[in-house]
Design a protein around this ligand. Structure first.
Ligand SMILES: [Zn+2]
Ligand SMILES: [Zn+2]
Length: 139
């Protein structure tokens, strides 16, 4: 018997029709790890929201790092609740300069069909950069 496929978001088995394909990363997710607003998975929704909301604030030479935040608050249906911020974006405004210098901590959560976010300027990077992936501005 073939091994059951699991949702790349929450690692639960994908069953029957309760699955949705992300229009960006093309992976198949359970319906709880999918957001109908842009027809993207929650992660791709968060990244799209981030660039749409803050792209203008970010200078050309800045570097942007991303990671998911765990654990989330999950209800009995497997749905994630705020105010847990699910996704973390760190923006290094002057990557060539020594610390301390201008940077930003931004948090995004995707809830049902909406995304909400928080943007906070700082001067120091996070102590732990485990799990960071660098993301680039969409074309
Ligand atoms: Zn899932
Ligand atoms: Zn995706």
């Amino acid at each position: 018997m073939p091994k059951a496929k699991v949702c790349p978001g929450c690692k639960t088995p994908l069953e029957g029709s309760a699955r949705q394909k992300c229009g960006k990363c093309k992976q198949t997710f359970c319906t709880c790890c999918y957001c109908g607003y842009y027809s993207l998975c929650r992660k791709c929704t968060a990244i799209k929201h981030f660039w749409e909301t803050y792209g203008r604030e970010i200078p050309k030479g800045a570097r942007v790092f991303f990671r998911s935040l765990e654990p989330r608050v999950i209800d009995a249906m497997g749905r994630s609740f705020p105010p847990t911020m699910e996704f973390f974006f760190f923006v290094d405004m002057e990557p060539e300069a020594n610390w301390a210098h201008s940077c930003v901590y931004s948090f995004v959560t995707v809830f049902w069909e909406k995304a909400s976010s928080y943007w906070c300027g700082s001067e120091w990077p996070p102590r732990d950069t485990t799990g960071f992936e660098e993301i680039r501005r969409p074309k």
